[in-house]
Design a protein around this ligand. Structure first.
Ligand code: MG
Length: 376
């Protein structure tokens, strides 16, 4: 296999480039620079203390948004390399894809979206973009990270038509139903492969689901049978890990083979043709069907487990409390957010809350609501 990028990959020569002109980085490529800027950003470091599914303080072995993003990057790079598309870009998108998540996972995002319903709403994808375009304060000459167009395009996985209209160039593909680059497309699947499989692992570890239960999902049972056949004495963590790694591998390989065939059949030769073609990255019909019961299982048995829901309901109330306290008295905000209230109070508050880690949000909640709590 040649190392050269395929003609349909994103490259420096077919890229739209950066919003603010910069000298080319000596010794590394433009997309390597994007990845490096994301890794050095403040929002990236905060991912360590943000919930994926399990609330961050529940245990040290569960995935956080940071470890999730690293796993997504690993899967995205493998797929990108196999398809001869831009591995640096795929990695950069993966590291940035969850930057805009609120504390407390989806419960936090849903709560903030509800709080913001009269003020333009809150979408975590848009927030990721907002962070890399505006909120990061790292460079002398511009706000944000001044990333390449294709990196920003990949971060914006989906958005509402209303938001798309406000975004100009970046939003246009949602209105014209055009596709993003293959590097962006494959990231959506790398994300799903990562969370479906690590949620099995975390769910088992937390004791919220059991191996017996998950054997009702044929895709999992099939790999579990293969592991047991080969290693009849294997039990516990090793049995789970051997099974989960096979599951990840099977899904990644299926995605690569199916996408390679789709690219060949579509006959795309350039990035422009990728954008105009139907979506080229995807699972086979068989894998797609096999994944459906797994998605349903995880939703019903894990995400809706009463212990998870109990944490989520506290999380929702925490976000609502923070939002309403700041809305009724913005002087409770740190000065840099208070300063932005003159322009757009709800958005300044949403940006402050969205940037919080789980533990910072809990601490801020105590400072605002618990009398006697040291507030300085
Ligand atoms: Mg994700």
């Amino acid at each position: 296999m040649s190392d050269a990028l395929a003609g349909y990959a994103v490259s420096e020569s077919n890229s739209v480039g950066r919003r603010y002109k910069e000298e080319a980085p000596p010794g590394r490529g433009e997309f390597q620079r994007d990845r490096d800027r994301i890794v050095h950003s403040t929002a990236f470091r905060r991912l360590e203390y943000k919930t994926q599914v399990f609330v961050n303080h529940e245990g040290d072995l569960f995935r956080t948004r940071l470890t999730h993003s690293i796993e997504v990057a690993q899967i995205a790079r493998s797929i990108a390399r196999a398809l001869r598309v831009n591995e640096d870009l795929a990695e950069a998108i993966a590291y940035a894809h969850d930057l805009g998540h609120t504390p407390f996972g989806h419960a936090g995002q849903d709560a903030l979206n509800t709080c913001m319903k009269d003020y333009g709403g809150f979408e975590h994808n848009l927030q990721s973009l907002h962070i890399v375009e505006h909120l990061e304060e790292h460079y002398a000459e511009f706000d944000g990270l001044n990333l390449m167009y294709e990196t920003r395009e990949g971060i914006l996985k989906h958005c509402s038509p209303r938001s798309a209209k406000l975004l100009g160039e970046l939003g246009r593909r949602f209105l014209e139903h055009r596709q993003p680059s293959l590097e962006a497309q494959l990231n959506n699947h790398a994300d799903e492969i990562a969370y479906n499989n690590h949620d099995i692992d975390d769910g088992l570890r937390a004791g919220l689901i059991t191996l017996e239960q998950i054997e009702s999902v044929e895709l999992v049972a099939m790999h579990l049978r293969a592991v047991r056949e080969k290693y009849p004495a294997l039990t516990g963590r090793r049995l789970i890990h051997e099974t989960v790694r096979r599951l990840i591998n099977a899904q990644a390989l299926d995605l690569i083979r199916t996408s390679e065939a789709a690219i060949r059949t579509a006959g795309v030769a350039t990035l422009e043709e990728v954008r105009a073609a139907p979506r080229l990255i995807g699972f086979s019909a068989e894998m797609h069907a096999a994944l459906q019961p797994l998605r349903t299982f995880l939703r019903e048995q894990l995400y809706w487990h009463f212990r998870v829901l109990r944490e989520m309901s506290k999380a929702r109330r925490t976000i609502e409390d923070l939002f309403s306290a700041f809305m009724s008295d913005p002087r409770l905000l740190p000065p840099q957010y208070l300063a932005r209230c003159a322009e757009d109070k709800p958005r300044a508050i949403a940006d402050y809350i969205a940037g919080m880690t789980d533990r910072y949000a809990m601490k801020e909640h105590r400072r605002l609501f618990a009398i006697g709590e040291n507030s300085v």
